[in-house]
Write a protein that binds this ligand. Sequence first.
Ligand SMILES: *[C@@H]1O[C@H](CO)[C@@H](O)[C@H](O)[C@H]1NC(C)=O
Ligand SMILES: *[C@@H]1O[C@H](CO)[C@@H](O)[C@H](O)[C@H]1NC(C)=O
Ligand SMILES: *[C@@H]1O[C@H](CO)[C@@H](O)[C@H](O)[C@H]1NC(C)=O
Length: 283
Amino acid sequence: MSRRNIKNCRLRFCVILVSIPSLLILLYNWGDELQSRSGLQDIIQYDKNSVAEILPLKTERTTSATYIPTKPFDHSAPALPRPPNRQLGIGERGDPVVLGNLTDDEEARQAELWELYGVNQFLSEKISLHRGLKEFRHPLCIERPPFNYTQLPNASVIIVFYNEGWSTLLRTIYSVLHNTPDILLTEIILVDDGSSIQNLGKQLHDYVIKLPKIKLIRTARREGLMRARLLGLAQAVGEVIAFVDCHCEVTHGWLEPLLEAISLDKTVVAIPVTDDIDSKTFQ
Ligand SMILES: *[C@@H]1O[C@H](CO)[C@@H](O)[C@H](O)[C@H]1NC(C)=O
Ligand SMILES: *[C@@H]1O[C@H](CO)[C@@H](O)[C@H](O)[C@H]1NC(C)=O
Ligand SMILES: *[C@@H]1O[C@H](CO)[C@@H](O)[C@H](O)[C@H]1NC(C)=O
């Protein structure tokens, strides 16, 4: 598939995907700027020292008992399938939701959460963490011959968050688990950049430890997005690094074309087309 076709794939998420060699080239090119601050080596060293907590990668698949692949050796099988027979709720397929008939208390709560998170978090809490999205890919991306999964590099997905809403963060994580083939997903590295919201502490730790392939890293103090990403990078073991922003959702087939572009040319920094999620209706 040509790079142009890849560009045409409409996907609903924000992600930058780089192979390690091209990242190094990028870092090298940015080197002067970094050097003028404190030197790249120092930054990486500093980042390592600032890791307050690392949740080890769970290698044991918690879901393997319930997961039955549709056919033998199905390389496209996701890292974690959606719960079987789940009830479809509001906002499925990425449809817009407008909540009507709220009581005064609910209106107040909605306003309070909006103030805190800057999006309609009240609505987000009511949308399934496992929701699927419509087919956004360009027809050429769907009609093309299947990917040769055993030939694609695997990827570490890095998600940095700071005081993110519970449901928007979890929906990002689940969207990656549900839409990324197991064989291609090395790990998801969550980097908590000094959040202070309570449920992102022990509650998040206890939750994600039950999910497969998650590493949780916490900075000892606020580092900022780029330094937090570098911190995640220092822990990554995949062949390719994918930076996915929190409160984004990836769609079915999001990773394969990006990895293929990189596998054909290791200097490629693959950046997909992204769409916006409406902060009011989560469309
Ligand atoms: C609000 O409630 C009324 C009466 O129960 C119902 O007819 C209407 O569809 C509801 N509106 C919304 C947006 O849910
Ligand atoms: C995928 O690649 C492997 C190794 O090169 C090859 O043996 C296999 O036939 C390929 N499969 C397809 C469907 O092209
Ligand atoms: C990722 O690919 C490398 C190289 O093929 C391999 O050594 C490593 O085990 C893979 N990691 C996972 C988690 O599949």
